[in-house]
Design a protein around this ligand. Structure first.
Ligand code: SAM
Length: 279
């Protein structure tokens, strides 16, 4: 069977290198190279970008990224069994693929790349949200990346793009939408993966904003949303009591009813309250 890049089909790669999927590493592989090329295209113009890929596995998405013209790909893979398969991909794309055998939670690869940098990954589900939160909360804004194009469990994707009034709306939505444009660009059924997971998945594309959508201090906003959503069914005058002793006055000052609940308050309201509290 011919492939987008002349390399062997992924089923064959997995057989040759005996890459039996390990559940504890979140290994659900994408084997359709047309699909991985499509995901790569969702990341925007790759020809002028360096790409960080977390968890390349047998290399399906990596090959999609390279075939779609990524200037360079730096792939971080924890499972050493995948390295020989990835070395074959690197050989087919001289000078464009570097693979690091490491835990993505433990290294900072940014000094090896030149901007603009995009992150594209079919993330291991067990570390996906943690990595996303890290990428969304750098010490300084704008961050080192231009965009994140990431596969999540569909339920997590829905939480990232959720709007007020919905069950999915919470800290993750506020964090993502405060400083990025976040969109679900693709949903995938379990059968798209080998082995199929139990749940549906979705790709989210987050494009960074140069400035936060509304001004606020990141630490105050984080404290506020943690308190508000840790007790999301409570009225704000009660859930936010610990944040400021005169919280009712502060809420009134920014036009929020103290009887409202966290999930009723839009991002703009939380930012206004964060500014009021930081005064
Ligand atoms: N990108 C491949 C694909 O689309 O077919 C594989 C995706 S699979 C969902 C997740 C990959 O992340 C696996 O290859 C797994 O070994 C790797 N992985 C798991 N935890 C990791 C970590 N902490 N750091 C780096 N890679 C990790």
């Amino acid at each position: 069977m011919s492939t987008i890049d002349g390399l062997p089909p992924l089923r064959e790669v997995i057989r040759t290198h005996d890459l039996v999927a390990k559940k504890q590493l979140g290994q659900n592989f994408l084997l359709d190279l047309n699909l991985t090329a499509k995901i790569a295209r969702m990341a925007g113009d790759l020809s002028g970008s360096d790409v960080i890929e977390v968890g390349p596995g047998p290399g399906g998405l990596t090959r999609g990224l390279l075939a779609e013209g990524a200037r360079r790909v730096l792939a971080i893979e924890k499972d050493p069994r995948c390295l020989p398969a990835l070395a074959e991909v690197a050989e087919a794309y001289p000078g464009r693929l570097e693979v690091i055998n490491a835990d993505a939670l433990a290294i900072d690869p940014t000094d090896r790349l030149t901007g603009p940098i995009r992150l594209v990954a079919n993330l291991p589900y067990n570390v996906g949200t943690e990595l996303l939160v890290r990428w969304l909360t750098p010490k300084e804004w704008p961050p080192f990346w231009e965009s994140l194009t990431l596969m999540f469990q569909k339920e997590v994707a829905e939480r990232i793009v959720a709007k007020p009034g919905s069950k999915a709306y919470g800290r993750l939505a506020l964090l993502a939408q405060w400083r990025t444009d976040a969109r679900v660009v693709m949903t995938l059924p379990p059968e798209a993966f080998t082995p199929p997971p139990k749940i549906h998945s979705a790709v989210v594309h987050l494009k960074r904003l140069d400035e936060p959508r509304f001004p606020a201090d990141a630490a105050v906003l984080s404290r506020l949303t943690a308190a508000a959503f840790n007790q999301r069914r409570k009225m704000l005058r009660s859930s936010l009591k610990g944040v400021a002793p005169d919280i009712e006055d502060r809420l009134h000052a920014v036009g929020i009813a103290p009887t409202d609940r966290a999930e009723d308050i839009p991002l703009e309201g939380f930012c206004a309250l964060a500014r009021e509290i930081a005064k």
